[in-house]
Design a protein around this ligand. Structure first.
Ligand code: DP6
Length: 327
């Protein structure tokens, strides 16, 4: 890593949706995940972030989607980069999402991946993709995966330097599509994922089963499904994994319930689509939206079907996306 100059940089990163979820931390300060995960980076959910350093600034600032917001987490994150660069220069950060922010569409994943890439470049710190993944993880666990495109595996690792993501080459990846049924207009979620996963880990009777049984088993079977080029097996694991994650959260005390009535209706619709022979598997994150894993051939029919479910306010169909990069 060398100081290579730099003052302003802009990066673009795609969000990602996990097929085997990350839910729970081993270490809050280093943001180490309790278990590994597997995700698909999505071209249809993009964050663009500019970091401008200036000696004239007395504090960092953050403008998110045109609105000035508290820059505290941005400052903490940029401090990690500034420490490596040996500088203290403050930054003006401007970030725009082309999809609803903080509503369970993983804006923190694309957000911190874009901030890692733009921040490192602006501070003149050259980082290899793995180092960028380790850095992005400090901002948000799922962001470590958005450094890479397509299918991505995140390692829980035994220590800080081992908890990074890496891309998985899969011959069928270009055939995958994710149809996102946005419920309730994509308003900000009621429970932030960080506190909700800590609360689940601390109080849910099902959390240990999730962490020690479900996730390790699903990661092994998902890897086998990829090797066998078996999309149906992968979809089945993804849907079951998401439901198990939510079961652990729902069993927390008090309960963490992200679902709304349209969420359940969408789960039923996805089953009905499968019964009609379409490729459709549901996954749900820290919000009410349902994301349907499907193929390029079936995406249109899946999108048309979920759009008709009452309470669905918009539908985004996304192809796999590239890794985070400077523009
Ligand atoms: C349900 O990455 O948002 O989407 O590390 O606390 O920022 P922090 O959490 P975050 O959590 C993602 C949770 C999830 C599952 C997943 O993406 O793996």
């Amino acid at each position: 890593m060398a100081y290579i100059g730099g003052v302003s940089a802009t990066a673009r990163a795609c969000s990602n949706i996990a097929l085997v979820k990350y839910w729970g931390k081993r270490d809050a300060a280093l943001n180490l995940p309790a278990a590994g995960s597997l995700s698909l980076t999505l071209a249809g959910l993009v964050t663009e972030t500019t970091v401008e350093l200036s000696e004239r600034l007395v504090a960092d600032s953050l403008v998110l989607n045109g609105v000035s917001v508290d820059p505290r987490r941005t400052t903490q994150f940029l401090d990690l980069i500034r420490a490596r660069a040996g500088i203290t220069t403050r930054a003006r950060v401007t970030s725009t999402n082309d999809f609803p922010t903080a509503s369970g569409l993983a804006s923190s994943a694309s957000g911190y991946a874009a901030l890692a890439v733009a921040g490192a470049a602006a501070c003149g710190v050259e980082l290899a993709p793995r180092e960028l993944s380790l850095l992005a993880r400090r901002g948000s666990g799922s962001a470590a995966r958005s450094i890479f495109g397509g299918l991505v595996r995140m390692h829980a690792g035994d220590r800080d330097a081992d908890a990074y993501a890496e891309p998985i080459a899969w011959p069928l990846v270009d055939r995958l599509r994710m149809v996102i049924a946005v419920v309730g207009g994509g308003v900000p979620k009621a429970h932030g994922s960080t506190s909700a996963m800590d609360h689940t880990a601390a109080t849910s009777p099902y959390y240990d089963a999730w962490r020690h049984d479900v996730v390790p088993r699903d990661l092994v079977s998902a890897t086998a499904a990829l090797v066998a080029l078996d999309l149906a097996a992968l979809g089945e694991i993804a849907e079951a994994n998401a439901l198990a994650m939510h079961a652990s959260a729902i069993a927390a005390r008090p309960a963490v319930i992200y679902w709304q009535p349209p969420t359940i209706a969408l789960l039923a619709e996805v089953r009905a689509l499968r019964a009609r022979g379409l490729v459709a598997w549901a996954t749900i994150d820290a919000g009410p939206h349902v994301k349907v894993l499907t193929t390029v051939d079936d995406a249109r029919r899946v999108a048309d079907a979920v759009r008709e479910v009452p309470g669905v306010t918009s539908v985004i169909t996304s192809a796999p996306g590239p890794g985070a990069a400077l523009i």
